[in-house]
Design a protein around this ligand. Sequence first.
Ligand SMILES: [Zn+2]
Length: 526
Amino acid sequence: MIRYVTYARYSSEQQSRCSIPDQQRKCREYGAREGWHEVRAYEDEAVSGVGSDRVGLERLMSAACSPLRDFDVILVDDTSRLSRSLPDVVMLHQRLTHHGVRVIAVSQGIDTEHEQSEVLIAMHGITDSLYVKELAKKTHRGLEGKFLNGLSAGGRCFGYASIPAEGGGVRWVTNEVEVEIVREIFELSAAGFSLKAIAGILNERKIAPPQKRADRPHPTWCPSAIREILRRELYIGKRIWNQRKYVKTPGTNKRVSRPRPQSEWKVQDVPELRIVGDELWMRVQKRQNLLKEVYAESGRKPVNRASSSAYLFSGFLKCASCGANLIIVSGGGKGARYGCPQHWNRKACSNRITVRSKDVEARLLAGLQDEVLSDHVVDTVVERALQAIRKKDATSQGEARIRELDGEIKKLVSAILKVEDSDNLLNALKEREAERRELKAAKASGTQLTEEGIRSSVREALSDIAGLLKKAPEQAKAKLSEHLKEIQMIPQANGSYLAAGEWDLLGVRGPVMVAGAGFEPATFGL
Ligand SMILES: [Zn+2]
């Protein structure tokens, strides 16, 4: 039976208070899946520094390096829990490997038993900021913890107000004014009104829409908000967690949403939050499904945000006139065109220019690749990676220390031969021999971290992004969102757009500007 311990660390720079239990839960889920036995849990609360204030880690390390060690594996959420500093992580890893302790970072899938783990650990430290996925996963986990505790998993939901819950956090109660509007929306839909018609009715009556957002100067109802409401199971007293996953663009409110498999959903009954009766709900769902079939048969696609999410730049392109995200407003596949939803769905913005997604994507990608994947940027990133590695300095300094130890060992051996009571000398000799062994082992396992190895790994990671950008837009979007905040689409008098934005790669920044020459002018409109 394999025995494991967990190590969790909460740091003020990272997410919520639930953090330590959430990390432990993830580790235990992993241990349980493997059928392993938990020995104990180590943790450090709210310490961001290094050294003596990380008592939990120190205890863990001394237990791990002790001859009386009573576990085989250390499970951590990810390597950054051990330390935020790459050289420290590498050093800890080498010490543990030396003592035969296996470390598994459950969220990253790094297992020190695998050959490439050291390179993975180093790469992870270096390219951390290349991947937005991790951040999203961590936030998600924090929210999942809250959900499991019955607290509001964040956000606002039309029809409800959040009030402080006992013991911290917030919980939802129904908001009587909004409850009436939710019921009216369901009744209008059941009576045959379209999404667009319902949005129009509510806008005409100047009813406040679900979310007021700072970057949307025209808060109005839109068809997709109506559709969202008509599909929300919470209105029949069911809370479903984990239906979709969101990748948030750092520093903005933009999120990209994707569905999760039903097996990952978690459902909770909350009868006190029910707003709509089963009979009305079923009538509306039947009608919505029927519409879906009609659309499918006619080959027309209902135009909405979700259908445009497969397009590489959806969520990044902003209408420079009103601040809305451009979405696919017409066509599908190769003929899909981006346009301002405030104009096309609600007539609330004067920008009626549309542009083929294919053209925007080709031109912006070419612009990005020229800028981001230039030798200069790649070299800067590689240099940063190498700096982190050099700090570790294992090879050069270790070499000198080994020579020094060889000299001392020689002297000690000859001293031991000369004196009789040599216990102290023997201990000194043992100590130096142990240190020498450790350095040798560190050196041996560190050989994978050569400059050239790192250089090619970083290049590979970067060119991988370039490849993904072309082949798999869904995955590429997550990565793109780490480097690109937004692209302002500025309507030009000749019916084309000027695209302007800024990219950021590990803190190396630059502008990307694509003139509208290649964008085909709008050929249709009102
Ligand atoms: Zn607009």
